[in-house]
Design a protein around this ligand. Structure first.
Ligand code: AMP
Length: 401
């Protein structure tokens, strides 16, 4: 079974073609800056060098067509025709309270994406554009949707409610939704396999340009740090994470900012970038810290402190801890952040393997000592594979009906 996985962002489109017989990737790529003059397309295959072309890509539909033309081109011959694709799996961002799992995409799902666009104004419309483009280009082909929010639908009400007037939840559905659900689900499944059981208490740290942390009990999300939007929780590349909410209205009045400018400030100008004034990238910040830059040092210390605070809080709400997982750009590649998060947690029964940690980048590894009661794992995330697996399951179940 061949499955095309699409991840349509506000101005980008990532794709992977997976062969599900052996779960291998036949081709992958990225269309960037859709709708801009300098849009580009990058394709990658095992046997070829990466190919990057500057091509005008006006819309998501044009992007999907370019992906498809590439897959069937005489030059690469990855597919003979579009009939070889058995199904398409879409990464969808916000499914509100309606979807707690992956779904076969129909008009209802598209309507839910529309209804939830108020919560996710950049991503949901892009998701809809990707789905609509595929419907036109591949009429009748089954498509599945895998929501970022779905995994966190198991949170109990006392975890997802905000202490605001209750009508705001009833009328506007204001509550914690959480994000990165597909990544947290994928890495927690692997951690449970490594632990050899399902009745586990895990803390999954997805640390990338956007970061979130999730408490997972028996495979189910109990609490997660991102909230109604992806701005809450951990300190991020350019997002502020948790702050006193009254600061926002205070800044609005003293800096005379519009709602759009405030949104831009907390989403794009804050986080480690805002504090350091240097970069959102941890490689730049660590280099600046080594040169003695005080604000880079402060930004990194703030990030580590917040992360450890959440690890403590989540251990408490789960009544103990079996494993901590690190994933995504920082989690997979940055030994210093992993060390800072775990250093001092010996009282939990965690023994960190300092030497092993230093050499682990982008690979599956256990970085606690063999006698550590609490395990620490680096697990590279693979949302595309989980989307393809869910799509395969959904398509197989309709075919068997
Ligand atoms: P992601 O959003 O998961 O793609 O993660 C991107 C972020 O990962 C970058 O902005 C960096 O902060 C971080 N990152 C990637 N590689 C490294 C590395 N080798 N060391 C430290 N941080 C890294």
């Amino acid at each position: 079974m061949k499955i095309l996985v699409l991840n349509c962002g506000s101005s980008s489109l990532k794709f992977q073609l997976l062969n599900m017989e052996n779960e291998t990737v036949s081709a992958r790529g990225l269309v960037e800056r859709i709708g801009k003059e300098d849009s580009s397309v990058t394709f990658c295959m095992d046997s070829y060098e990466k190919i990057k072309k500057e091509i005008p890509v006006k819309s998501h539909k044009a992007g999907v067509q370019i992906v498809f033309d590439f897959l069937t081109s005489d030059e690469f011959k990855i597919l003979k025709s579009k009939d070889e694709i058995d199904a398409i799996g879409h990464r969808l961002v916000h499914g509100g309270e309606k979807y707690a799992g992956s779904v076969l995409i129909d008009d209802d799902v598209i309507q839910t994406l529309r209804d939830c666009s108020v919560f996710s104004p950049l991503h949901n419309p892009a998701n809809i554009a990707g789905v609509e483009a595929c419907k036109e280009l591949f009429p009748g082909l089954p498509m599945a949707g895998v929501f970022d929010t779905a995994f966190h639908q198991t949170m109990p009400d006392y975890a997802y409610m905000y202490a605001l007037p209750y009508y705001l939840y009833e009328k506007h559905h204001i509550r914690r939704y959480g994000f990165h659900g597909t990544s947290h689900r994928y890495v927690s499944q692997i951690a449970n396999k490594l632990l050899g059981r399902e009745d586990t208490r895990l803390i999954s740290c997805h640390l990338g340009n956007g970061s979130s942390i999730t408490a997972i009990v028996n495979g189910k999300s109990l609490d997660t740090s991102m909230g109604h939007t992806p701005v809450g929780g951990l300190i991020m590349g350019t997002r502020c994470g948790d702050i006193d909410p009254a600061i926002v209205t205070f800044i609005e009045s003293i800096e005379h900012l519009s709602p759009e400018e405030l949104d831009d400030l907390i989403n794009k100008k804050s986080g480690v970038f805002g504090v350091s004034g240097i970069s959102n990238d941890f490689r730049d910040l660590e280099a600046a810290n080594k040169r003695g830059d005080k604000r880079a040092k402060l930004a990194l210390e703030m990030f580590d402190f917040r992360l450890k605070k959440y690890i403590g809080a989540y251990t408490a709400i789960m009544g103990g801890l079996d494993a901590i997982i690190f994933t995504a750009g920082i989690g997979e590649n940055d030994p210093e952040t992993r060390y800072e998060a775990c250093n001092g947690l010996e009282y939990l029964g965690l023994k960190f393997d300092v030497e092993k940690n230093k050499n682990i980048k982008g690979e599956l590894a256990e970085i606690s000592t063999s006698d550590s009661k609490v395990k620490v794992y680096v697990i590279p995330t693979n949302e595309e594979l989980l989307i393809a697996r869910d799509t395969k399951d959904i398509v197989s179940s309709i075919n068997s009906k």
